[in-house]
Design a protein. Sequence first.
Length: 379
Amino acid sequence: MADTIKVLIFGTGFAGQGHADAFRKAGANVVGIVGRTSSIVKQVAQDLGIPYAGTDWKQALTDCEPDVVSIATPGGAHYQPIKQAINFGCHVFCDKPLTESGASAVDLYRRAEDKGVKTAFASSFRYMPEVLHAKRLVTSGAIGEPLEVECISHFNLERDIPFGWSHRKEDGGGRLNNNFTHKLSIVTSVIGEKILSIMGEVRDDLGRAPIVEGVHNFKTRRDFIPQDLADPSLQWGESNVEWSYTVLAQLESQLARKPVSVLFKHGGLHPRFGDDCIVFYGSEGAIYIKGHYGAGPLYLYGANKNWVETELPTDIAADVPDVKGDTERNWQYLVREFVRDINGESVAPYQTFKDGSRYQQLIDLIRENSNWTDVSQLQ
């Protein structure tokens, strides 16, 4: 049945094109693509060989009659198209964040459950090969009882990247929506999916960004940074989202007697000195994965009291889609599982709108910055 599944894509940028490729690799038929600008969506459809191009999502649902829709727009533009697709009876694949708020995300999750459609939530860096490797090691007892996890990253993003959706809370921007979702997904995939408690702080140290016309592809937005930032005619947009965050969480693990403590520390604008990393600490050892999303290599600290680089198992390597780019490879992994599930095949559990709605509620709580105790009057 895989080659008969019809997919409609919403979004023409990097994500939309990546989703289209992923569904085709999984054997589905991409029948249409929808975007905001007629000339752009027609060009993308032509370049990708997609037969239908349009700017009216609701009309495209009627015209294309898809079995699955793939949502590849910024998070603030997710709610209405997903709601319409669910009402139409479509299964839904959605990139992170699910929506711009916990309330709207929960609403979509409940609507999908009531309608009986399948959903996939693409906080998909849990499918990085070395993350899958770490999960196997932890499950096998390689570090004993898991105790703590650290996720440390500094991106040193250019402060003058043109103003857009990533600067606006209402559009699904912010580092929690677009970094923390992946980090949390990575950690829960290894330690356990049940999140017991959470607290955190966020900071907006950016303030503003230049407004520039013509930015379409998220991956190429750096190319549009103005050469003369002192130009008096330049317009500026105000950021209202976090560019740094610190989050503490406790996770339940079937391998641990006590909750596992997790630190997430991310500086979107700050330079890194050492390597970004993800580290899992246990009662008998530890696992260090180099890279903010666990790209590797992976090092294991065990009974010999040394960090030893550990080779990726051949079966994990063989199961990973062969495509350039971590983001694209992870999309293809999740899409493959999603399509197999729709076809009635047995697959491992994957993240759905239940997870996406929970993540959005957590982000709302973290953004409240309400975890401080005033000690300024202590003697």
